[in-house]
Design a protein around this ligand. Sequence first.
Ligand SMILES: [Fe+2]
Ligand SMILES: [Fe+2]
Length: 274
Amino acid sequence: MLFPTLFDSLERARWNMHTDIPWEQFDSSCISERQLHGIKMNSILEWSSMPTAEMFLRDNQNDIDFSAFISIWFFEEQKHSLALLEYLRRFAPEFLPTEAELGAVRFTFDPAPALDSLALHFCGEVRLNNWYRCAREYHSEPVIRAIYQLLANDEARHARSYFKYMQRAMKRHGEQAKMSFSKIGVLMTNPRMNRAMHPTNLHVNKSLFPSDTVNSRLPDPGWLTRWLDEEIHFDEKWETKIERGILQNLSALFGEQLDSARALRQFQKSLTVL
Ligand SMILES: [Fe+2]
Ligand SMILES: [Fe+2]
């Protein structure tokens, strides 16, 4: 079981909401209304770990190890939302989302293959780690910078934890895991796709289409793309870091040298031909 070791390492890395965020350093001259709006949207986005945790528990009924890990992941994601909410509560309460706005991102996801969801969320955590590192550079207000640093570190640890379950799946499910992970890897490193390629942008409930992505249920559905393009400037340099992170991990997982998205596509094609 991976859960006891992951519990231990995540417990040791855990930060404290009161003592590890330098709340007293807040500088109101370094934050704008547009930025506060972004923090509001981001707090709602983080709240969407709720339906994701529900999906993971439902789709992994036979996997008590992974399900137990989800308890930590869910706790830490809700804590991310809470840290951003606490920032708004202290310094800009007029930007606090309502319970209804938070509740709008809790909706049922259609059942999905467990291996696909695992790989998707591994890639999603790699992406979030980079988004938050970029957001930290973009902001000049010291408290929100510190929060984004803490969040980025957690997202990197989440990616590593999901990766451990991918390694375990390779031992248990072999070819099936390889097919699923390479398929998702191709999807998440496809340069033709929207740059905001993240689980929160995927359609996850046919009956609610087109309002069945997390981002479409935010009070400002266009926020994420605008935030990435016009505010934090998440450019090619950052995209390359994500692609490299995904490719390096998949290379280690498959024992294949996959040094470009094209190489991964070819590898995936070779699997489907077999
Ligand atoms: Fe998070
Ligand atoms: Fe995360």
